[in-house]
Design a binder for this molecule. Structure first.
Ligand SMILES: Nc1ncnc2c1ncn2[C@@H]1O[C@H](COP(=O)(O)OP(=O)(O)OP(=O)(O)O)[C@@H](O)[C@H]1O
Length: 256
């Protein structure tokens, strides 16, 4: 279980981006955190992994299977970040080193974090690529030899390389075209369920959230204002902000 408890974040410029947020994520569960731009979604995600800019203030706790991650020393946090919980970001697909073939990038990551032998790491990289729907021949390619969708599949494979229990994803499909977006969403859902991982996905897109999540949390002006099962949020929203989000979704559907 991942449990975010009374988490608050203030940036060095004094902006309080997250106020007293509480959120639970169980193994095998997908929770979508939705809200308008600037509501604090990304801040919550980064704060829960202690990845905010220097000088930011975080209070509260983030329990990963009972251990308060935020109170761990720096090197233990680093281990947890790959092995217990990992990240997929909108820009992940552009974070590969341009001058190295994919195999080298996977091997280096696995050697660093799992102390694996080169041949074992290369074999494991091939398996990971197949798991995300790419032929293992893609290991020979350089990042510029792949499409955005293929690179994002590689980024997901990379996030899985230490077999984490939790995956945090910040707008993982936003930079992609609609068809590729749907394919990546299906892929994430399939992997998370097959591996019984918990996934917290940040998105501004309520329709996308509804297509993948078991539970939806709605964020508004730094606060989580409502959390419930997906169908309850969509069919019977309670908070005025959730009601207006659902209304605008319905209007968009009617216009198309
Ligand atoms: N590094 C930073 N320094 C200062 N303020 C920041 C920083 N990053 C974000 N903020 C502010 O914190 C608030 C929440 O921003 P955040 O990016 O978490 O929202 P969001 O819901 O993820 O929005 P978006 O979907 O546009 O990314 C905003 O007011 C934003 O201007």
């Amino acid at each position: 279980m991942m449990e975010i408890s009374h988490l608050s974040v203030t940036y060095p410029n004094g902006v309080e981006a997250v106020t007293d947020a509480n959120l639970m994520l169980s193994p095998g569960e997908i929770v979508a955190l939705v809200g308008e731009s600037g509501s604090g979604k990304s801040s919550l995600l980064y704060a829960s992994l202690a990845l905010l800019p220097r000088g930011s203030k975080t209070s509260g706790e983030v329990f990963l299977d009972g251990i308060n991650f935020l109170s761990l020393p720096h090197d233990r946090k680093r281990q947890f970040r790959w092995k217990k919980v990992s990240l997929v970001l909108q820009g992940s697909m552009n974070s590969f080193t341009p001058v190295l073939a994919m195999e080298r990038q996977f091997v280096e990551a696995m050697q660093e974090h799992l102390n694996m032998k080169e041949t074992d790491a290369a074999a494991r990289a091939g398996e990971l690529l197949e798991e995300v729907g790419l032929d293992r021949k893609f290991l020979r390619r350089f990042p510029h030899e792949m499409s955005g969708g293929q690179k994002q599949r590689c980024a997901i494979a990379m996030a899985l390389c230490c077999s984490p229990d939790y995956l945090l994803a910040d707008e993982p499909t936003t930079a992609l075209d609609v068809i590729t977006q749907a394919e990546i969403i299906d892929l994430l859902k399939r992997i998370v369920k097959a591996r019984n991982m918990g996934m917290l996905m940040v998105t501004h897109d309520l329709a996308l959230a509804a297509s993948i999540a078991d539970k939806i949390s709605v964020m508004h002006r730094s606060r989580i204002v409502e959390t419930a099962e997906r169908d309850r949020i969509i069919n019977d929203p309670k908070h005025p902000h959730t009601i207006s989000l659902i209304r605008s979704l319905r209007t968009m559907e009617e216009e198309h």
